[in-house]
Design a binder for this molecule. Sequence first.
Ligand code: FES
Ligand code: FES
Length: 151
Amino acid sequence: MSFKIKINDKNYNLDINPDTPLLWVLRDHLNLTGTKFGCGVGQCGACTVLLEDEAVRACQTPISMVGDKKITTIETKTDKTVQKLQKFWVQEDVVQCGYCQSGQIMNAASLVKTNSKPNDEEIIKAMDGNICRCGTYNKIKTAIKAATAEV
Ligand code: FES
Ligand code: FES
């Protein structure tokens, strides 16, 4: 089946099984490997991308569900929120092994797009489903707060 999808402001035409998870479309078909495969069952958040402004698990999103909604991944060159978060992720030295971090940033981007000044509790609640085996949670919270404090 053929699909037209928009990823990071670029249009793609794909001939693919409609049940194919978006994660495999990104990684295997389009070589956008910034989005990571962790658990594959919607439990870790490593594969988080934006569908419009909503954070979704790419491993649980069949390509047939994307429709004409725009997809944003960590590779975006145009999404100002993602870029700002990346800047503060570096400034606060958040990353350890790094494996979970693109999913963390995309989930944080979804939060900040709907709540420009989240407090600690709101950040902890919003980021709850994104697992970091290196335990960078406090630095993630600091980076989000620093990014949202900048006007
Ligand atoms: S790989 Fe998708 S939630 Fe873990
Ligand atoms: S930085 Fe290693 S899993 Fe999060």
